[in-house]
Every structure is written in structure tokens, then in C-alpha cells.
Design a protein around this ligand. Structure first.
Ligand SMILES: NC(=O)c1ccc[n+]([C@@H]2O[C@H](COP(=O)([O-])OP(=O)(O)OC[C@H]3O[C@@H](n4cnc5c(N)ncnc54)[C@H](OP(=O)(O)O)[C@@H]3O)[C@@H](O)[C@H]2O)c1
Length: 259
């Protein structure tokens, strides 16, 4: 097992990619803090799955767009687990808005959850990791962090910021043996996006622009996250790894105009 007896926090792990990561971490031997904002029942189901695997787990409600709530979450982690080895900043939102609809509230909500929250989680996490002499931080960005997506200026800016933040923090935290890396998922099916992907027309368009010819699965993101959270990646920091079926490798980026 790659994460035996490690303690991991996965933000936004009541569903989708975060849930997949949380359960995979438990299978690799880690105890996992399941963070959620609104879906308590789903978070408790993830906790149950992790306990059934034989690892310790609790669900902690915290809106990661709020520094105060993040701070409270870290107090709970300190009391219940007495430390942290791995942080995955996965919680994120993507709300599509045409330019004329965009306003300050939408902008601030997205930037708070997708960029400010990850920074403050890193700030609180590194104090715990420093005490343990090492740590791993994995930020979940997006292809939108290096390419434009129509109707998502706030999302693209937040994910581009997260990629830049990853590089900055790699420099800050290297001396503490804390690695900071980033995963950029491509188009991944989760239950929330299932309807969108199940439309044959939509799927066909995407299949044309992704070199590997298909949408990705949550399970296909997990291997990269486990690698960046384990000792296998001890000499890797400040990097962004795109798991996207080759989508971002294409120069003409046809996907941007198809969304
Ligand atoms: N799926 C894709 O195709 C794709 C592609 C590129 C990047 N990503 C990124 O991957 C990450 C996960 O995406 P997903 O598709 O798995 O999304 P999802 O299914 O919508 O899940 C989002 C998770 O984040 C949590 N969350 C949302 N706002 C939160 C907040 N303010 N505080 C704490 N938790 C919050 C949700 O918890 P509650 O519902 O309990 O609040 C949920 O557990 C995101 O950062 C997203 O940008 C996804």
C-alpha cells in the first residue's frame, strides 16, 4: 500500500472526483477526513465506505470559500487526528455565465472556493506537515487553467491561479519537504455531469476533439493523485499533470468553442 497510516484531507469529497480520491486513499492505507459543504448524507456514506475498508474517517462540514470555516475544520482535524500528511484541494465549482450575466457576486464566489480556499487550506495544512517533517499537497485544477472555456472567465482565472499558486508554494514549502503539485483533469464523467455526457450529440463532439476519442472516468484521475500523494513522487514538486486524453496537447483547441 502506498499511503499506509497517512492522514489525508480531501476537500469536496462528498461526491465526484473527491469521493473517488477519498475512497482510493483508504484502500491505499490512509485515514481520511471527508470535507463537504452541503451534502451531509453523501459525505457520511463516503465515511462509511472508508470505515468499512478499515480506516479511520470523519466528515467535516466547511465551506472552503470561507477562511473562518477552514480554520475551524483544521481545529477538528488537530483534535481528532493530531496531524496531517496529505491535503487534496479538490472542492470546486464551475457555473456557466454569458458575459452580460457575470457580476461581482459570481466572480467572488468562484474565486473564493476555487482559489482562496485552496491557499488557506495549504496555509493551515503546512503547519501540521512541517511538524511531521514532510507532506504532500495536490491541487485539482483543470484544463481551463491553461486554455479558455467559453462562458467561464471566472473559472478559468481561478484554475490558472491555482496552477500558479502550486508553483509558488512549491518554492515556499520545499525546505519543509512538502511537495505541492497539481492535477488538471480533462472532461470527466461524474454523477452531476452524467446527463450532459449521456447526450449522444454532445458526446460525439467531444470525442472528436479529444485525441483518445472519449470522455474520462473518475478512476482515471485517481492514479495520478495517489502518485503525487505518495513517496513515489518525493522528487516532484511545482508541477501540473494533465489527465485529459490528450486534449490540452492539441494546438487548435477546438473544444473551447464547442462548450
Ligand atoms: N468533472 C470534470 O470534468 C472536471 C474537469 C476539470 C476539473 N474538475 C475539478 O475537479 C474538482 C471536482 O469536480 P467534480 O466534477 O467531482 O465536482 P462535483 O461532483 O460537483 O463535486 C464537487 C465537490 O466539491 C464540494 N464543494 C463544492 N463547493 C464547496 C465548498 N464551498 N466547500 C466545500 N466543498 C465544496 C461538493 O460538496 P457538497 O456538494 O457537499 O457541497 C462536492 O463534494 C473541482 O475542483 C473541479 O473544478 C472537474
Amino acid at each position: 500500500m502506498k499511503l499506509e497510516n497517512k492522514i489525508a484531507l480531501v476537500t469536496g469529497s462528498s461526491s465526484g472526483i473527491g469521493r473517488g480520491i477519498a475512497v482510493a486513499f483508504a484502500k491505499e492505507g490512509a485515514d481520511v477526513i471527508v470535507n463537504y459543504n452541503s451534502r451531509k448524507d453523501e459525505a457520511e456514506e463516503v465515511v462509511k465506505k472508508i470505515r468499512d475498508i478499515g480506516r479511520k474517517s470523519i466528515a467535516v462540514k466547511a465551506n472552503t470559500g470561507s477562511v473562518k470555516e477552514i480554520e475551524e475544520m483544521f481545529k477538528v482535524i488537530k483534535n481528532e487526528f493530531n496531524g496531517l500528511d496529505i491535503l487534496v484541494n479538490n472542492a470546486g465549482i464551475s457555473e456557466y455565465h454569458v458575459m452580460d450575466e457575470m457580476n461581482e457576486e459570481i466572480w467572488e464566489r468562484t474565486l473564493s472556493i476555487n482559489l482562496k480556499g485552496p491557499f488557506f487550506c495549504c496555509k493551515f495544512a503546512y503547519k501540521e506537515m512541517e511538524k511531521r517533517g514532510s507532506g504532500k499537497i495536490v491541487n485539482i485544477a483543470s484544463c481551463g487553467g491553461i486554455r479558455g472555456f467559453r462562458n467561464l472567465p471566472h473559472y478559468c482565472a481561478s484554475k490558472g491561479g491555482l496552477i500558479a499558486l502550486t508553483k509558488q508554494l512549491a518554492g515556499e514549502f520545499g525546505k519543509f519537504r512538502i511537495n505541492v503539485n497539481c492535477i488538471g483533469p480533462g472532461a470527466i464523467v461524474t454523477e452531476r455531469s452524467e446527463d450532459y455526457w449521456s447526450s449522444e450529440g454532445t458526446r460525439k463532439v467531444w470525442e472528436k476533439v479529444i485525441p483518445l476519442g472519449r470522455i474520462g472516468l473518475v478512476d482515471e484521475i485517481i492514479g495520478g493523485v495517489v502518485y503525487l500523494s505518495s513517496s513515489d513522487s518525493d522528487y516532484v514538486t511545482g508541477q501540473t499533470f494533465f489527465i485529459d486524453g490528450g486534449w490540452t496537447s492539441q494546438a487548435n483547441w477546438p473544444g473551447a468553442n464547442l462548450l
